[in-house]
Design a protein around this ligand. Structure first.
Ligand SMILES: Cc1cc2nc3c(=O)[nH]c(=O)nc-3n(C[C@H](O)[C@H](O)[C@H](O)COP(=O)(O)O)c2cc1C
Length: 235
């Protein structure tokens, strides 16, 4: 943190506290702390398309979120994972805090030890770092180390009901959906979002029925085979 003054760190904490209070007041049920953007990844498509983000209204008056079109996306870098967990702390809110952006058992353990209420296995939609693993391939590693202590959720790559089914079979308690709903929004606004959610729900229910699962509690690890198991069976 030598690159920031004490006052800057304090101000960031104040801004975070204000945002959290607003979320509480507005009735949000949890806070999701994204820990995989200590620095924005090099998003070449954004640079090529000279992406300009709309003004981020939630931050107005708090700090600058201006993006420079010549450089593509380039928001202020956030503090590192450890620091974020310690500084933001669990003390500023009674809402459950979930940490989003975990891909390894080591970071999952750190998050559990920091006292968070849930983990979101995420690689930021593969938008941060080339060669980061697909989240579905590391989900089980995280689920194993976390055990029953806190829920593990899966984020990234959910495009079909079968993807939801696979995630639950590998131990996720729920999934997060990013671009699928954004595509619906772009195509048909609110109705488009509803349509995407309906499609996913119908596909998921069909997958359950065809896999012999009358309820979600019937979805087990035995319902899916991973790439590792396929290789083992060939030996
Ligand atoms: C246009 C766009 C903006 C995003 N902005 C944020 C963000 O501000 N904070 C964050 O934690 N994740 C952000 N994400 C990542 C998503 O929350 C999510 O991790 C990712 O989209 C999941 O992958 P999926 O799109 O395959 O479902 C963004 C994703 C997209 C596509």
């Amino acid at each position: 943190m030598a690159s920031c003054t004490i006052e800057e760190v304090y101000k960031q904490r104040e801004v975070t506290a204000q945002m959290v209070k607003r979320a509480e007041k507005a009735g949000f049920k949890a806070i999701v702390l994204t820990v995989d953007v200590p620095k924005l990844g090099r998003r070449e498509a954004d640079i090529k398309n000279k992406l300009i983000s709309p003004k981020l209204k939630n931050f107005e008056g708090l700090f600058s979120t201006e993006l420079r079109p010549s450089e593509g996306s380039g928001m202020e870098p956030s503090p590192l994972v450890d620091l974020m967990l310690r500084l933001v702390g669990i003390s500023i809110t009674k809402l459950p805090i979930l940490v989003k952006g975990i891909l390894t058992r080591e970071d999952a353990l750190k998050a559990v030890e920091a006292g968070v209420d849930g983990i979101v296995v995420s690689n930021h939609g593969a938008r941060q770092l080339d060669y980061s693993p697909a989240t579905i391939t590391v989900l089980e590693e995280v689920v194993h180390v976390v055990g029953r202590r806190i829920p593990v959720l899966l984020d990234g790559g959910i495009r079909r009901g079968t993807d939801v089914f696979k995630a639950l079979a590998l131990g996720a308690k729920a999934v997060l959906i990013g671009r699928a709903v954004v595509y619906g929004l772009a195509a048909k606004g609110e109705d488009g979002v509803k349509k995407v959610i309906d499609m996913l729900k119908n596909e998921f229910e069909l997958t359950m029925a065809l896999s012999g699962c009358p309820t979600i509690y019937g979805i087990t690890r035995n319902h899916v085979r991973t790439e590792d198991e396929r290789l083992h069976s060939m030996l």
